[in-house]
Design a protein around this ligand. Sequence first.
Ligand code: ZN
Ligand code: ZN
Length: 791
Amino acid sequence: MSRLNEADRRPKLRRWVQETASPWLKRIGKPTWVRVVAAGGLLATGLDLAFPIRTTVPYATLVTARDGQILHAFLSRDDKWRMYAELNDITPALRDAILFKEDTYFRYHPGFNPVSLLRAAGRNLLNGRRTSGASTITMQTVRLLEPRPRTYASKLIELLRAVQLEIRLSKDEILQLYLNLIPYGGNIEGLKSASLLYFGKPPALLSLAELTTLTIIPNRPSSLRLGQNNARIVQERNRWLARFRSAGLYDDATIADALAEPLTAYRRAAPQLAPHLARRLRAEYPEVPVIRSSLYPAAQATAERLVQNYANRIRALNIHNAAVLVLDNRTHETVAYIGSADFANTLDGGQVDGVRAVRSPGSALKPLLYGLAFDGGQITPKTKLADVPTNFGGYAPSNYDQRFNGPVTAEFALANSLNIPAVALLNDIGTSTLVATMRKAGFSTVKKQARDLGLSMILGGCGVTLDEMTRLYAGFANGGVVTDGRLTPAAAGQQTAGSRILSAEAAYLIGHTLTQITRPDLPNNFDNSYHLPRIAWKTGTSYGRRDAWSIGYNQRYTIGVWVGNFSGVGVAELSGANTATPLLFQLFNALDYNAPSGWIRPPRTLAMRLICPETGDIPGDSCLNPITDYYLMGVSRHRYCQHRKPIWTNQTGTLAYCAHCRPDSGAVRRMYPNLAPNVLAFYQAQRIPVARIPPHNPACERVFGSGGPLITSPSEGSEYYINPRQPAELELSCQAPNDVETVFWYLNDKLYRKASPQEAVFFKPRPGALKISCADDRGRHTDLRILVRAE
Ligand SMILES: [Zn+2]
Ligand SMILES: [Zn+2]
């Protein structure tokens, strides 16, 4: 029947109402007529309310890639493979076959087909047995929703329910519900599940032979089992294909192909790619039967394979796990998500999601700190920082290799991941600034730890996740704006919100520094023939060698790699450079081999200037050989270089004068290196000759107030426990300015020893409070207090 038929049925109905029904209704009186209709309506509504039909069923959750390809399937709450077929899964060919087989008049009947009901009733009377041929798709759907024993009473209820369903749902929705519920034996329900689990593809890709196969199983799901009774199924399939041909449903060539097609169905495992992300998304969208993720299916499969192979190789070193996150820098979408090397491996905690596990970052946060220092104006890439032993109020960090490099440029310090310059920068900028920036960038553990974080956080003394770290680095690639890593595809034109944590200039300088390849965190035995991707990257190794990080980016992708043991067991061979970087390089080479050779362009606001290479400051009068360096206009510190300072001395250079005591004649102006006490101490310890400023004129009467020696041992306020019978010796040491030759140590205001500033002095403490003072030969002094207790 066409729409035309429906249209001219209406005048007929109207005529019947006008000619027959109305006069009769008039006879029983208008009020009664109204009452009958109202009562009928009320009864129907009441019945519908009293016996609502439940059309929501628990579906198996499907997580798909961005292109709709199914990555992962979960059983439904009632342990069924009941996958939700969307309307676009139901192709015209499939719909035609189903309707032809099950319910030719589905489009036109009100839920039941009176003609076939009558025919079936007649047949039942003649044969004396019941047949079920009269069931429409709607009635079958009712039966699948609410199974009942096969009685005439049930049949009547089903019929009423069918009408109810027709009122509630459209024809397309009823067909969809039917296809989602039809049984395929065992716990497989619905055509989509059968299509995926027996043919390994979604319904839309089924051939005519395959879809015909799937339409005949539900009639006898227990005797026609795919993979077990394939020969019988082919027979049945071909019988129906012949009927399709007679009915002219498909063209002859298509039918001929389908008849010749072998049946290759077998029970496949449900897809299990991206298990960690799939779980994360299911928890986030519990009521959505088909969750579309942002993953690129090929990239996910490649990354999973690489991670698994890599984990197999390092297992011999007692390193068992790895996690990888790949982000698209343009769309901010997650491209690949690998939570562990092998989800199925319960022994090594394979089900832990390493992307979200809280771990120590080692040095991997340093680029952010340098970015903040660029933006704070404290440094430019060539600013000299002191990599020398330094005591930060009792905290004396050392480098990874236990060596010190002396004064180095900021970019060298970052590229080589030196610890002292990083701690010194953090000491300058303040942990609260770093923490606030990290909070802005979405670091949630740090937010909770905020109060307890000290200077050691820049060396790994805080908790971060691979998720957070990778998004941070994507922010460097993205000109300083960090966005939430999207797990689902962005809608067309949709902007992903982000927070600016660094200026574009600072972000560029980080990338510029981290692309340098003459650095120690290239993997050992790094083979030159190996394709080195053009990326900016930074490694991290946590305290105790528990975590190895390597996070890198180019214009297109940011990839974060974590390698370690979920158990927290440290391994001597583990390091960011040797354990995580090889996997990072493999991933870039596999996912982005043909990356365009261009690099992120410097922002136009980033300028160049001449600086003195000794300090990185603007060249002063005595600075030779200036070089160029980047700087942030109006931001970077504009300070004239004072790498050497003028000192007035006597003719022989054995006495120094200040403006106060300089004689009117005979004084000579000489240039001396202007070194911080800790750098001077480092040079002296290394026996590097440094021109010393001569001692100050002893006849000078000026009082020097500030700039006394810095006591480096012991630490202010510290407590010591000693054995009173055999007290261990405590060390007294200090760092003094260049013009100091002698220092005087006082214990509780009594002179203990006269020494050179570089000399370590020892004493045996006694229990009680102790005041320690160190004075220099110009009368400046520093005090501190410690407490000594008997054990
Ligand atoms: Zn200079
Ligand atoms: Zn003086």
